[in-house]
Write a protein that binds this ligand. Structure first.
Ligand SMILES: C[S@@+](CC[C@H](N)C(=O)[O-])C[C@H]1O[C@@H](n2cnc3c(N)ncnc32)[C@H](O)[C@@H]1O
Length: 309
């Protein structure tokens, strides 16, 4: 049976355990799971199939990698230290970056081909205490460090949701963004060429005033009326999901056929399933094809994407 290192939020550990049918916590936001990985898990941020496990010392890591990486393929190493700050550092005397560089150098000295920017294979080393869990990702493109400057966490959340839900494959020309301020979602959408009506009694960031694709309606969503139609409604209002979903549903008449709703389901407790069900209860019949995902950039909330019924 395959074993995986699973990255997921400790906040929703209970939901993760029921989704996987059990898993063991190794350290902060890190779990080990044995079994078949569900196809589209909601609470799993990433899952690395474990190809080797060794002690956290350079010789053991070099040996394990040398057995897993063919000399004909180029490689890069990505290391993540798990646990209290310095737990991994304590046993090796190095941080993750130094482990990547030093293990990479040792392999290069033995005739392996390092390629940091476009490797054939990425060796992921997850270091927990004195143990290194190693996974080889084939044909992977390195994620690299995220150097983009975000207006706020919401912008990051929208960009991640856009990627995870494959929103590029839908024709989205205009959006009604409710709970829009200070404008992270709106900014990200405008940069994708989407026209946005941003509804929020709060102010948008002044930088957004220059963006012609964004029109701010400074009003509560429940008081906003329009005859316009949209391809997408985004709802990130900070309120109970029942109320939030009810307001979003009231705009379904403004959605084109097959239009989408992307909603943040805020979860006031650590039982997200309860709030996901509450939101679905409000939207069912009006919307269909419900897909939920707890994103890396989500905190006490889960993203929901659904389609007008
Ligand atoms: C998490 S913030 C939204 C962040 C935003 N999506 C972004 O991208 O920057 C929640 C927002 O919901 C707004 N909000 C709360 N109740 C609302 C209502 N009844 N109608 C419209 N917006 C509301 C708040 O004013 C606040 O700006």
């Amino acid at each position: 049976m395959a074993q995986y290192i699973v990255k997921a939020s400790d906040r929703f550990a209970g939901a993760l355990r029921s989704e996987l049918g059990g898993c063991r916590r190794l350290g902060t936001d890190t779990y080990i799971y044995e079994g078949n990985m569900p196809e589209d898990p909601i609470f799993v941020h990433s899952a690395y199939r474990i190809d080797a496990k060794c002690s956290l010392d350079f010789d053991a890591i070099r040996k394990a990698l040398a057995e897993l990486i063919p000399k004909s393929k180029s490689f890069a190493i990505e290391c993540q230290l798990v646990g209290k700050r310095g737990a991994g550092r304590a046993s090796l005397g190095f941080g993750s970056r130094e482990i990547e560089v030093r293990a990479g150098k040792l392999l290069e000295e033995s005739g392996f081909i390092a390629n940091l920017h476009n490797p054939d294979l990425v060796a992921v080393i997850v270091a927990v205490g004195n143990t290194a869990y190693i996974s080889i990702l084939g044909g992977a493109i390195r994620k690299g460090r995220d150097v983009r400057e975000y207006l706020n966490r919401a912008e990051k959340k929208f960009i991640e949701a856009y990627r995870v839900f494959g929103l590029h494959s839908f024709r989205i020309r205009n959006t009604l963004d409710i709970g829009a301020a200070p404008g992270g979602f709106s900014k990200a959408m405008a940069e994708l060429g989407i026209s946005v009506v941003s509804v929020d009694p709060g102010m948008l960031d002044p930088a957004l005033a220059r963006i012609a694709k964004i029109r701010h309606e400074r009003i509560r969503a429940e008081d906003f009326r329009t005859d316009r139609t949209f391809d997408l409604i985004t709802d990130d209002m900070n309120m109970h999901p029942e109320q939030s979903a009810r307001i979003a549903a009231s705009f379904s008449k403004n959605l084109e056929e097959g239009g989408l709703l992307l909603m943040t389901v805020k979860c006031p407790t650590r039982n997200p399933i309860r709030y996901m069900e509450v939101a679905m209860g409000e939207l069912n019949g009006i919307f269909r094809n419900f897909r939920f995902k707890h994103l890396e950039s989500n905190k006490s909330e889960v993203m929901l994407l659904c389609e007008k019924a």
